[in-house]
Design a protein around this ligand. Structure first.
Ligand SMILES: [Zn+2]
Length: 322
């Protein structure tokens, strides 16, 4: 229900601003993304009356474009190999001058001999290095994005802009080499299976689909400056963001399975009940006087919401389920 509320908001903002509404299945993580989960989500959207424009995009179909984007950054000399384990990075962050959450740059300036040694060490453990972006010193570790929602409650920053941290982010993940005889490790210099980082993928995906606005949960707000910086480096158009509050469970954490019946199909009243809850959760952003009953199709409730929607009146506070 949390994700569906965000989807309804994305649809409302797009349609009231006369933008096409694009649908993409983020299945870059093949182990966590199943075709069944994707079709369930598409069914839920259809049951709510959410329509979309153009074909449904899938990240698995964009792999050649991710490779090309990585190559573009490599050609610009902005990519380096990182041999650190999670523990290495955590240890560096605990050091006296460590900056929490930020990659400390351990592998940015190694000599060729050091790199040879670290590669050999990792390969002997059956592991592959990751590739990181060498972020320009000029940006001083920060980048600004256009933000429609998340900054509006912060008077000191009420400028339609969110500025956040950019570090030497991972572009292609390392990790265990699954099959030792895999020709993925052919030259010892970055032929690892294409485990591209989400930050790189979404930037490429958005540009391919002509996305001009991204509406999503505000747990991703701090990723936006990283993604926008990558788009800038790749010469792609910048997008505006609207990071909307999350739906929380009764314990104040992000709504999840542990909170009980939290999916559309688990609600006794199904899609209609789900849509009525979403409408109520939007408060003053939509007209609440519209009466619906057991015979009102969800799409009719949604259409009324669209006709009365006002993003400026959307509460910036998280919403609690039930
Ligand atoms: Zn490293």
């Amino acid at each position: 229900m949390g994700n569906l509320r965000t989807a309804v908001l994305a649809w409302l903002i797009a349609t009231t601003e006369n933008r096409p509404f694009r649908l993409r299945i983020d299945d870059i993580d093949a182990q966590r993304s199943t075709a069944e989960a994707a079709s369930r989500q598409l069914e839920d959207l259809a049951d709510l009356g959410i329509t979309h424009d153009g074909p449904i995009a899938r990240q698995q179909e964009n792999m050649p474009h991710y490779r090309a984007a990585l190559q573009q950054l490599q050609d610009a000399g902005m990519v380096y190999e990182c041999y650190c384990s999670r523990k290495d990075i955590a240890d560096a962050q605990r050091a006296p001058h460590g900056l929490s959450g930020r990659y400390p740059g351990t592998c940015r300036n190694l000599t060729d001999a050091e790199r040879d040694q670290r590669r050999a060490d990792l390969l002997a453990q059956g592991r592959m290095w990751s590739l990181r972006l060498a972020a320009s010193e000029d940006i001083e570790g920060e980048w600004a994005v256009r933000e429609r929602v998340a900054v509006a409650h912060d008077p000191g920053r009420n400028s339609g802009e969110f500025r956040g941290e950019v570090d030497d982010m991972v572009l292609r993940r390392g990790g265990n080499i699954e099959r030792a005889d895999d020709d993925a490790v052919d030259d010892g210099a970055g032929g690892h299976a294409d485990d591209f980082a989400y930050n790189l993928c979404v930037v490429v995906d958005d540009a391919l689909a002509g996305v001009g606005q991204v509406v999503r949960g505000d747990d991703l707000l701090t990723s936006a400056p990283r993604q926008a910086y990558l788009a800038h480096l790749l010469g792609l158009p910048d997008v505006e963001y609207a990071h909307v509050p999350l739906v929380l469970g009764p314990e104040g954490r992000r709504l999840a399975k542990r909170d009980g019946a939290v999916t559309l199909r688990e609600l006794p009243g199904g899609a209609r009940e789900g849509m009525q809850w979403i409408r109520a959760s939007l408060g003053k952003a939509v007209d609440q006087s519209f009466t619906s009953d057991a015979t009102t199709p969800p799409a009719a409730i949604l259409a009324h919401m669209r006709d009365t929607f006002d993003l400026a009146k959307l509460s910036r506070e998280p919403v609690t389920w039930r």
